[in-house]
Ligand binder design. Structure first.
Ligand SMILES: Nc1nc2c(c(=O)[nH]1)N[C@H]1C(S)=C(S)[C@@H](COP(=O)(O)OP(=O)(O)OC[C@H]3O[C@@H](n4cnc5c(=O)[nH]c(N)nc54)[C@H](O)[C@@H]3O)O[C@H]1N2
Ligand SMILES: Nc1nc2c(c(=O)[nH]1)N[C@H]1C(S)=C(S)[C@@H](COP(=O)(O)OP(=O)(O)OC[C@H]3O[C@@H](n4cnc5c(=O)[nH]c(N)nc54)[C@H](O)[C@@H]3O)O[C@H]1N2
Ligand code: SF4
Ligand SMILES: [Mo]
Length: 766
């Protein structure tokens, strides 16, 4: 396998896309990967503990676990198993490794190769002008970091990825705000930010209102812009139960993803030998970016059906008692022309009518969505229109109904609850002030995109990344890398090596930390941490393995010590106590964050609890106290002649910026990642053929072009006019300024590109 930064695609092989997901091959692939990383004993230990009541929360996605009494012994999926054993690997990155490999050399290696080197084992520093990382003691490393955090607090960025525990996230935001800045960019800025903006405006809360039980008992579930079979695999078991209970599923996607079609549950005998369960009752093969129009069409049909049979279609009680803006919304919704809606969705009218039939027959509807909606320019209006759709028939707050943004990282929702957001509301800042006796800054901080701009322009000079891989997760790779290299100091608290460690500021620090699976001993004894999943369930996670190295510190310890060194005793906060005993952090959380009252005692008593969702209590914390119907201007992405709308997505075998193998099994793509999936009819129009070597060139309003070199074309049933390619190789194509309206989320699913014959066959720069 190639170790260079580019995967030359020489071994590309393509087989028919799979028409079903999971089953026995999924188990085999997970075990193969796990046993390639670590011993049978450690694999058994991680797998027996993953998602169990006293065990390790899966460090994969944020899909919830079953209720404690209903959990299987194997409460994990293929990708969760791979993911935890990628962390539990027996491979180690030592000081010898850094002596042998210069930073320039490491910079030329692929994301795969860097990750495969194993767990980081001791703190390392790159001094100004140095070519290599060298070992440094913890005390000196953290003093160095603290010493750089001296100037204006707003010149520092504190990036958080959704792997962080509640305890560590709470302390990090406390540190940043006590220091004097709200510069807390996070992975959510690039992920579900559009969901938060849309839902807060319409419902007064950014969180989903749905539980697993709701999923099981819905009449109709929409799965929109989400590849559940790969990215939230156990959602398929939940949908299987929905179907067993008589519910239906409509999948809306630009690609016919295997997991949306048929599922063979590897935990059930019938999933091993049978044909599995057909997941989607209807697959809606929508045009890229056409979802706003689809929901506008459904909403318009609801209004017309109500005209035909007044009082029977809409939920007038809900609309009257709980919402505002219905009249204006209805007037607006009736105006959008059918031809425009059909053109934007790319669907025949009968197909939308078939969806509408299911809607009319269903009393309990849930809409689930992910990046296929959030990462478009009009992601926020699209999600607002989804909420309009749910509100019209009162599909909110009742059992079996609701809005379900399916979150990515295992604790991304918890990190936000803990205050990691550059725009936390004033009530939260006031609560911090009451508890800790200092006045947090009130002006908004920098998000990911604005943080990159600030580093690029020299306004931000110190970058601390806590988990994640900032330079690969962010758009416009060339610009972002230059921005990072301009920093005075870049520091990362990480478990594994990644490209963010090789793209350094003048000084750079690698601060290696315990992972979820590692046991965590502090002065008062063994500690555990807590997380919140996509359905607002909070529970503990306890590491079970001996730590990857004796020189690792926990995230809580690193953050507490850095804060102490930076701030001294101004304000006077008990950083040492926080490190010794995480329950003291939870005591603070219980007094600052609503819903966490009596945190420690409730965890001990019940093992976990669900945070209250106002929507389910009939409360809408908007300024008017009611849910808001919104007017969402009809838009469709403009794609000039000869161009395609490119989405950058995940293969089946990667975790965000890190790929595990170069295969995308369900889509039938093997041994290559530099591929672009294009509809065969578009290929014909473009005068191109399957397997042609092309460069992808993105265009932007200011006339600039960005190029990603040497991709292989694969004819694929993506909807006409759209193309798909893997992230992060294609992040170089996403202009920094190409962001979703309102949420500032990079438009990773809507990049206008053209395909050009490859300029060279030698792999180019990223
Ligand atoms: N194994 C694995 N699991 C993961 C991750 C991982 O990398 N690997 N990442 C985690 C994270 S952080 C996140 S946020 C989630 C992401 O979960 P997903 O959102 O499922 O991830 P993507 O791969 O970005 O897939 C986007 C889906 O939207 C579809 N899509 C794209 N554009 C449109 C559109 O305009 N309309 C519609 N209707 N569909 C569209 C794509 O075809 C694709 O199926 O997964 C989490 N889980
Ligand atoms: N083009 C494009 N760009 C995208 C997306 C897209 O769909 N298309 N998706 C966006 C989305 S949804 C997201 S969420 C972001 C993801 O962005 P990030 O969250 O920043 O990226 P990850 O790849 O998840 O980060 C992997 C690194 O996290 C570190 N890590 C893993 N576990 C731990 C841990 O327990 N503790 C610590 N301290 N470190 C740990 C390891 O060092 C590992 O190398 O990317 C975004 N970028
Ligand atoms: S569905 Fe998500 S949380 Fe559950 S086991 Fe799989 S990766 Fe882990
Ligand atoms: Mo995400």
């Amino acid at each position: 396998m190639s170790s260079s930064i580019e995967d030359p695609s020489d071994d590309l092989s393509v087989t028919s896309p799979k028409t079903w997901a999971a089953g026995v091959p999924a188990v085999t692939h997970a075990l193969e990967y796990s046993l390639g990383q670590t011993s049978v004993r450690r694999t058994a230990l991680t797998l027996l503990n993953i998602n169990q009541a006293e065990g390790i929360d899966c460090p994969g996605c944020a899909w919830p676990d079953g209720a404690p009494g209903k959990r299987h012994l194997n409460e994990y999926c293929e990708n969760g198993a791979k993911h935890i054993n990628d962390e539990a690997t027996s491979r180690r990155v030592t000081r010898d490794f850094f002596r042998e490999h210069s930073i320039a050399e490491l910079d030329g290696m692929s994301d795969y190769w860097l990750n495969q080197q194993g767990r980081l084992t001791e703190p390392m520093v790159k001094r100004p002008g140095a070519t290599h990382y060298e070992p440094i003691g913890w005390d000196e490393a953290l003093s160095l970091l603290a010493a750089e955090l001296v100037d204006s607090p707003d010149e520092a960025l504190f990036y958080v990825s959704g792997r962080l525990s509640n305890e560590a996230a709470f302390l990090l935001q406390l540190f940043a705000r006590a220091f004097g800045t709200n510069n807390l960019p996070d992975c959510s800025n690039m992920c579900h930010e559009s969901s938060g903006f849309a839902m807060r405006e319409a419902l007064g809360t950014g969180k989903g209102s749905v539980s697993l039980d709701d999923i099981h008992h819905a009449d109709l579930i929409f799965v929109v812009g989400q590849n559940s079979g790969t990215n939230h695999p156990r959602m398929l078991s939940a949908l299987e139960e929905t179907k067993r209970n008589g519910g239906q599923v409509v999948a809306v996607n630009t690609l016919p993803e295997a997991g949306l079609m048929r599922f063979k549950n590897p935990q059930k005998a019938r999933g091993v030998i049978g044909r599995g369960t057909a997941v989607a009752d209807q697959f809606v093969h929508i045009r890229a970016g056409g979802d706003l129009a689809l929901f506008q069409a459904l909403n318009r049909m609801l209004l017309e059906a109500e005209d035909g049979a007044p009082g029977t279609v809409l939920d007038h009680d809900f609309i009257r008692n709980h919402t505002t803006g219905f009249t204006d919304f209805a007037a607006y919704a009736r105006k959008v022309a059918w031809e425009d809606l059909l053109e934007a969705t790319g669907l025949p009218r009968e197909e939308i009518e078939a969806v509408f039939d299911r809607v009319l027959k269903s009393k309990k509807i849930i809409v689930c969505w992910a990046m296929g909606l959030t990462q478009h320019k009009h992601g926020v209006p699209t999600i607002r229109e989804v909420i309009n759709f749910l509100m019209m028939r009162g599909n909110l707050g009742r059992p079996g109904t609701g809005a379900c943004p399916v979150r990515g990282h295992s604790n991304v929702q918890g990190d936000r609850t803990m205050g990691v957001w550059e725009q936390m509301p004033q009530e939260f800042l006031d609560a911090l002030e009451r508890e800790f006796g200092f006045t947090p800054p009130t002006h908004h901080g920098l998000d990911a995109v604005n943080g990159i701009r600030a580093m690029y322009e020299g306004r931000a000079k110190v970058f601390l990344g806590v988990a994640g891989n900032f330079v690969r997760a962010t758009p416009d790779s060339a610009v972002t890398e230059e921005a990072m290299r301009k920093c005075r100091l870049t520091a990362h608290i990480s478990t594994k090596l990644n490209r963010s460690h090789t793209v350094c500021g003048d000084t750079a620090l690698i601060l290696p930390t315990l992972g979820r699976s590692d046991r965590d001993f502090q002065a008062t004894g063994e500690q555990f941490v807590t997380v919140e999943d996509s359905m607002s369930e909070v529970h503990a996670s306890r590491g079970k393995l001996p730590p990857a190295s004796p020189d690792l510190l926990s995230e809580v310890a690193i953050i507490s010590r850095t804060a102490h060194k930076t701030l001294g005793s101004t304000p006077p906060l008990p950083w040492e106590d926080f490190e010794k005993d995480y329950s003291t952090v939870r005591d603070r959380i219980s007094r600052v964050v609503p819903g966490f009252e009596d945190f420690n005692a409730r965890l001990a008593r019940t093992g976990g609890f669900v945070l209250p969702n106002p929507v389910n209590q009939g409360v809408f914390p908007t300024p008017s106290g009611k849910a808001v119907f919104t007017l969402n201007e009809f838009t469709m992405p403009h794609v000039p002649e000869g161009h395609l709308l490119l989405q950058t997505l995940r293969s089946h075998d990667q975790w965000n910026t890190v790929w595990y193998t170069p295969n995308d099994r369900y889509r039938g793509v093997h041994n290559a990642r530099r591929v672009v999936l294009v509809n065969p009819a578009d290929l014909k129009d473009l005068g191109m053929a399957d397997r042609d070597e092309v460069d992808l060139v993105s265009i932007w309003h200011d006339g600039t072009e960005r190029r990603a070199q040497n991709f292989r074309v694969v004819g694929y049933p993506t909807s006409p006019g759209s193309a798909a390619s893997y992230y992060p190789e294609t992040n170089v194509l996403v202009p920094l300024d190409s962001v979703a309206d309102f949420s500032n989320c990079p438009t990773s699913k809507g990049i206008v590109v053209r395909l050009e014959p490859a300029r060279s066959i030698t792999p180019g720069a990223v």
